[in-house]
Design a protein around this ligand. Structure first.
Ligand code: BYC
Length: 334
């Protein structure tokens, strides 16, 4: 089923002469900047690529609740607890908008969740790292949500209507998330020496995993070329990673923290920072299921799904009964 749903046949871009008249007309619509809507004709590869990307994105939002949810009971003040709770709830909402967007492509939420639980669909590598201290809540908000915004702001202009509209609302909420993370980092960095050390340690641990969120370097990205031709992706992985570094380094400096990269240097000529690549073998290991928390994260999702079965059954029984009652009333009224 996975192959049918989410694997594209080929990510090689087809030349105009290889396209059918329908495909050519579709590509012209994309090139003109038109949005594609659910009931309209689309190439099968476009549909599958969207299901893969939107589905993985939805899963990332849902699994992404776990590392932060872990700290709700231990947030240092009532105010921090309320803020974190709201943020984690927002992520659940993002997951739901995205599952709905994917459903418009003819796949059900249950099918996508089944693929996630079977380890056949991915979610963002970042959520396979542990959140060890309160400062990690700052680093996650600042760096992880910061990287997410960098990726998602351009996706507001993506070619598929339901995905682009979901992104608009998600980006508004992500901005608040990023600010709350930076605010935690600011408090820690300006606190006691022990608190500042904790903030530095969180930055040290999350810097490279945050860089990995943008995906492999362009030379190893399988899908970028075709996804960009279809405007499913608006930028390459390396372009966004560079923008993220350029935006984040001054923010680290303002905090008085050090980015853990000896090769970090402003490059006047390119107008951006030179920086070290993450360890790509670690990245591929994590997305293959062997990161520090992969088993724990997937285990938690499967358990939540199984524990919630009685509730879904109850809802369905109620919906079936209500619909039978409506039919009976309609027949009686005839
Ligand atoms: N993690 O050809 P490539 C959030 C996979 S949620 C895992 O470059 P593509 C948040 C990729 O799937 C953030 N896998 O792929 C939530 C492909 O494997 P498959 C999530 C990754 O799709 C809660 C292979 O590597 N954001 O922000 O063109 C709290 C080759 O890669 C990753 C989105 O999902 C990764 N990091 O580009 C806080 C945004 N990177 O599928 C925050 C939407 C790559 O062939 N997604 N892979 O088996 C995208 O923009 C693109 O899918 C990506 C990857 C840039 C992520």
């Amino acid at each position: 089923m996975y192959a049918q749903l989410v694997k594209t046949d080929s990510d090689r871009i087809r030349g105009a002469d290889e396209m059918s008249p329908e495909e050519r007309a579709f590509q012209e619509r994309i090139d003109r900047g038109e949005k594609i809507e659910p009931k309209e004709w689309m190439p099968e590869g476009y549909r599958k690529t969207l299901i893969r990307q939107i589905g993985q994105h939805a899963h990332s939002e849902i699994v992404g609740q776990l590392p932060e949810g872990n700290w709700i009971t231990r947030a240092p003040t009532l105010e921090r607890k309320a803020i974190l709770l709201a943020k984690v709830q927002d992520e659940a909402g993002h997951g739901l908008y995205l599952y709905c967007a994917a459903e418009t492509l003819g796949v059900s939420r249950d099918e996508l969740i089944e693929l996630l639980h079977a380890g056949k669909m991915k979610y963002s590598s970042i959520f396979n790292y542990p959140t060890l201290t309160w400062a990690d809540m700052g680093a996650v908000g600042w760096l992880v949500d910061g990287a997410a915004i960098m990726n998602q702001v351009p996706l507001q202009r993506t070619s598929y209507g339901p995905y682009s509209r979901a992104m608009i609302r998600i980006c508004k909420e992500e901005s608040f998330h990023q600010r709350q993370g930076y605010d935690i980092m600011m408090k820690m960095a300006r606190g006691t020496p022990a608190q500042k050390a904790m903030a530095q340690d969180a930055l040290n641990r999350f810097w490279y995993p945050a860089l990995m969120m943008f995906g492999p370097s362009d030379k190893d990205s399988v899908h970028s070329a075709q996804s960009m031709a279809w405007k499913i992706k608006m930028n390459t992985n390396d372009e966004l990673r560079q923008k993220f570094v350029d935006q984040t380094v001054p923010q680290a400096e303002y905090l008085g923290l050090t980015v853990p990269d000896e090769n970090l240097r402003w490059n006047e000529e390119k107008g951006g920072y030179d920086f070290s690549e993450p360890d790509w073998s670690e990245f591929f290991d994590v997305i293959a299921g062997n990161g520090p928390c992969n088993r724990e994260r997937l285990g938690a999702r499967v358990k939540a799904w199984e524990d919630g079965a009685w509730f879904r059954d109850g809802l369905k029984a109620y919906a079936d009964k209500a619909s039978a009652r409506r039919s009976a009333v309609a027949i009686a009224a005839e």
